[in-house]
Write a protein that binds this ligand. Structure first.
Ligand code: NOJ
Length: 966
């Protein structure tokens, strides 16, 4: 049998084409992906497959001061080619493994980490390497439970915890760094074709490893495009195995489930690997491994015993196969078009520990301005200043809160961003001031393609500064087609663009260049099309052989490209005022580290139930990938949702970190005030619910901005040992608040099943109905889910702070009183947190903040419940990331004084065992009402008892205690 040839045929078989997917490559249409999968196939079929890569023991050089070593690596197939290995253990136990070609014909792109990392990580000075004849190893951790072993022959890296293998690199021998080679030399060296695999292996081991043919080494065609490949083959294949983890999560962005389905093996769910290649996919599928607008190459592996993760700092087109060779084990195979191996292994052992480890690498999400967590109203397009004013008026008339109005590309004359079309927007600054009157904001779109017109100052200045991307060969500015017609693209890799781009956002004139004087300091920015999207380019993007600053080809850095625009734009917004205000930038494209610059959304979703449902999952996955500030277009970008669908979509949006309605230019107007009753009132209540919960969202974002633990937490994060919840991705917890939500994403639903993971009581947020979970393996309960209902629960043991006065915008809530919902646990206790600051500046970094802990304790007899508030910031002087702020913290800080009069106006206690006899604060009897409910004493199913304490006379930022006696 012609073994090798038949394999080639097998992988070249066309994959099933789906709607609009013909514009994008499948693995079999991508030469390096074909090569990578073929390598895996040959390894799979061989009983004697051994990785050709090995460490040269004599080359090992251990740093005397730090836990790092370097070593030479050789491939037995190419004895003349040299590779260098660099392994280090960071202070927090993360292992970084780098491998590059040394002294090759060219240099591989090695700068991905420099864009993704927040800083160069500190290397441990305590951990020591031990070298033996066969490996280098280090043991560390509080209990010396972690061991990392780098084996020499073949090269393999394994991380163990408590003697159990957690992560193995090159365990399957698929590591392959295609070295740079000269075209002619390879042609002469071409291996003879052979029929028999064993013969090939013995007579021509290179062909056995790399394949018999030079598959797409020097040129590649796709549809009408030809990719000239002047550097030749340089792909990187690496297998990463999690031998004891049955679930993997992460690698956003794909429209798929949270627990990633398999792509290889007999039971493969998808036929193609997951792809990371930022792309503007028109009408994307709701269930697919295709790449979408952003890429975060971080993958978590989880089991009931352990969580670990890997982050591969590679920026080129990357395909990832996932297989489950046995239950409880996961194999992955990562194939990238170019770049070095730069892999971070995060040892866990829990989801929260992994989030912290990843946040120390790439940064935590920026704490957004508080208004950015409120409701955003967008449409392509509000067509004039008067249209904007009219929409604002109608929201107010309908008593619907909204904080932000958005303008899409039609505000800009000929799509020259920043330049108002004066026919329709004659008075942009006045219009913006009208919006700002009650604290609202404007967000305006600025895309990275610049119309090639001499009368467009932004293009002209960019061209004259030489900061545009060059076409293949590097001589001329690249030219492509986008909204603005013939366009050029900013090259933000060029440092010469940085300070200049930031100055564009200045609202004051500047002598030597253009500034946006027709904007205000409350104009914020939407960066779209930054994959980059190029209508006449291959895969709707930039040709891979285009040239960026430093001579790098676009293929090397494609996935980072989109992140630089929001990075610099957010810096530009901060530079507008002194002191700076927190920026807001929405981006469509993203990479690891993008969480530091703003929010993202899931792009052009369809107005279908499937897209609504997968949007919830995509936002959850983004949270796992470190980027919590995420949402999908409420209503669906394409299509005209019927009222039921629109209402449900608002239900999804209310529980998304980023909450924005948006619609395609061809859709009918669908602002919520246009709805008929009862839909209009339902949406009004939902919007008000979001506003009432802004303190919860803000507290959750603040926690994420300090710890990296995401704002939305799927079940496996909240209950890491409960296997039954590991694949759950349609319900989730909001921060540490104890709120559990299951947005309804199906038509015609009146009730739904909600999973309760533990033996605790869960109170329906609205009706106070109590549901009890089960101790082992969790339990599903059926809950009402009619159109006017959002299944929302407070887990017993939580205290939820809200603000319930309806307002037109969130800044108007600044001094509003609070309600505390005290949801007693089965043991009669509860706790919660509230974080507050001015919501718009960086004064919190100097300790201008209020951080409270609320608690409810019960004495042994459960006849006395003490509900109290205390200062949490004062108790956490050295908290991790913002230790500086808290070190300077003073309970009587300026911000705290501004809210000294802000009260708690109501305390609602759920689940008291008996009617109180007295409710006192500071010795005074308070006003209260009690209804006994129907739930049994142990809080099993039935309506919970409700005690409402009215105006207890306590400040939200003060210490106090309320004593409830039965
Ligand atoms: C594509 C974006 O995804 C969409 O939200 C926007 O409305 C259009 N570009 C027009 O700017």
């Amino acid at each position: 049998m012609r073994l090798l040839s038949s394999l080639v045929l097998l992988i070249a078989a066309p994959a099933a084409l789906a709607v609009k997917s013909q514009d994008f490559k499948t693995c079999s249409q991508s030469a390096f992906c074909r090569r990578g999968r073929a390598l895996a196939d040959r390894a799979e079929l061989s009983t004697s497959w051994v990785s050709p890569y090995s460490v040269t023991p004599s080359s090992i050089s251990i740093s005397p001061q730090q836990a790092s070593f370097t070593a030479a690596v050789k491939s037995s197939l190419y004895p003349d080619i040299n590779f260098g290995l660099d392994v280090r253990v960071h202070k927090d136990g993360v292992v970084r493994v780098r491998m590059d070609e040394v002294g090759g014909l060219r240099k591989r792109y090695d700068e991905a980490a420099s864009w993704a990392l927040v800083a160069e990580p500190d290397i441990s000075q305590d951990i020591k390497w031990t070298v033996s004849a066969s490996d280098v190893r280090a043991v560390y951790g509080d209990r010396k439970e972690i061991e990392v072993v780098v084996s020499f022959e073949p090269l393999k890296v394994a991380l163990y915890r408590d003697g159990i293998e957690q992560v193995v690199l090159n365990g399957r021998g698929l590591l392959h760094m295609e070295h740079f080679r000269a075209k002619a030399a390879v042609a002469e060296d071409a291996p003879p074709a052979a029929d028999d695999a064993q013969v090939v292996m013995q007579t021509n081991p290179r062909a056995w490893f790399e394949g018999e043919e030079e598959d797409g080494y020097w040129e590649e065609k796709f549809n009408t495009w030809t990719d000239s490949k002047p550097k030749g083959p340089e792909s990187l294949s690496v297998d990463i195995t999690f031998p004891n983890h049955g679930h993997v999560y992460g690698i956003p962005q794909h429209a798929t489930r949270l627990s990633l389905p398999t792509t290889r093996g007999a039971d493969a769910h998808y036929s193609d690997p997951y792809r990371l290649y930022n792309a503007d996919v028109f009408e994307y599928l709701a269930d697919s491994p295709m790449s979408l607008y952003g890429s975060i190459p971080v993958m978590h592996a989880h089991s009931a015993q352990s969580t670990v993760a890997v982050f591969h700092a590679v920026a080129s087109d990357t395909w990832i196969d996932v297989a489950r060779p046995a239950p409880g084990a996961t194999e992955t195979h990562w194939v990238s078009e170019s770049g070095i191996l730069d892999l971070f292994i995060m040892p866990g052992p829990t989801p929260d520990a992994v989030f912290g480890q990843y946040a120390r690498l790439t940064g935590t999400p920026a704490l957004p301005a508080q208004w950015a967590l409120a409701y955003h109203q967008c449409r392509w397009n509000y067509i004039s200043s008067d249209d904007v004013r009219d929409v604002q008026r109608r929201f107010d008339e309908a008593d619907m809160p909204v904080d932000v109005f958005w303008l899409d590309i039609e505000y800009a004359e000929e799509h020259k961003y920043f330049i108002w079309d004066k026919k329709t927007f004659p008075d942009p600054v006045d219009m913006t001031h009208d919006v700002e009157a009650i604290g609202r904001k404007m967000v305006v779109i600025v895309d990275p393609h610049l119309k090639r017109a001499d009368n467009y100052p932004v293009y002209k200045e960019a061209r004259d500064r030489g900061v545009l991307v060059k076409s293949s060969g590097g001589e001329n500015d690249f030219e492509g087609w986008c909204w603005s017609g013939s366009s050029a693209w900013m090259d933000f890799f060029n440092p010469g663009s940085w300070e200049w781009w930031k100055t564009l956002f200045q609202t004051q004139p500047r002598g030597d260049g253009w500034t946006w004087t027709e904007s205000t300091v409350d104009t914020y920015i939407w960066n779209d099309m930054n994959e980059p999207s190029i209508f006449n380019g291959p895969e709707i993007s930039m040709p891979r052989d285009s040239i960026h600053y430093g001579g790098w080809e676009h293929r090397d850095l494609h996935n980072i490209n989109g992140m630089l625009l929001p990075n610099l734009t957010s810096q530009g917004l901060m530079a507008r005022t002194n002191p700076p205000k927190r920026p807001f930038v929405l981006t469509r494209s993203f990479y690891a580290g993008s969480q530091r610059f703003g929010a993202m959304w899931t792009g052009d979703n369809l107005g279908t139930w499937e897209h609504m449902a997968v949007g919830v999952r995509m936002v959850l996955v983004n949270n796992i990938g470190g980027f919590s500030f995420a949402g999908s277009d409420v209503g669906g970008f394409f299509g005209n949702p019927d009222p039921e669908m629109l209402v449900r979509w608002y239900g999804v949006g209310v529980f998304s970190p980023f909450f924005r309605a948006h619609a395609h230019i061809d859709t009918k107007r669908r602002e919520p005030y246009l709805l008929d009753e009862p839909y209009k009132s339902i949406v009004r209540s939902m919007l008000r619910l979001r506003y009432s919960m802004l303190p919860v969202w803000y507290t959750a974002f603040r926690e994420a901005s300090v710890t990296g633990v995401p704002v939305l937490r799927p079940h496996y994060v909240a209950f890491p040992r409960d296997e039954a919840g590991f694949a759950l991705d349609d319900q989730y917890f909001l921060g540490s608040s104890g709120l559990l939500v299951k947005p309804v994403t199906e038509k015609g639903v009146t009730e739904t099943a909600v999973y309760l993971a533990d033996d605790e009581v869960y109170y329906d947020y609205f009706t106070h109905h109590a549901y009890r979970g089960a101790s082992a393996g969790g339990k599903y309960v059926t809950v009402p889910a009619g159109l006017e209902e959002i299944p929302l629960f407070v887990r017993g043991g939580s205290i939820v702070p809200t603000r319930e006065r309806p307002r037109r915008s969130s800044p108007l809530m600044k001094y509003d009183p609070f309600t505390l919902r005290v949801a007693l646990s089965t043991g009669g206790t509860a706790r919660g947190e509230l974080y507050l600051d001015d919501g718009e500046t960086f004064a919190h970094e100097e300790g201008q903040l209020v951080w409270r802990e609320f608690s409810a304790r019960t004495d042994g007899s459960a006849r006395v419940v003490r509900i109290g508030s205390r200062d949490l910031a004062a108790r956490k002087p050295a908290e991790a990331v913002d230790g500086v702020a808290l070190a300077q913290y003073d309970g009587a800080n300026v911000y705290a004084r501004t809210i000294a009069d802000v009260r708690v106006e109501r305390v609602v206690v759920l689940g008291l065992a008996a009617r109180p006899t007295s409710v006192r604060a500071g010795g005074d009897e308070l006003q209260w009402e009690y209804s006994s409910g129907t739930a049994a004493d142990d809080k099993t199913q039935g309506t919970a008892s409700v005690l409402v304490i009215k105006d207890p006379g306590v400040g939200v930022a003060a210490d106090w205690e309320i004593v409830v006696e039965a």
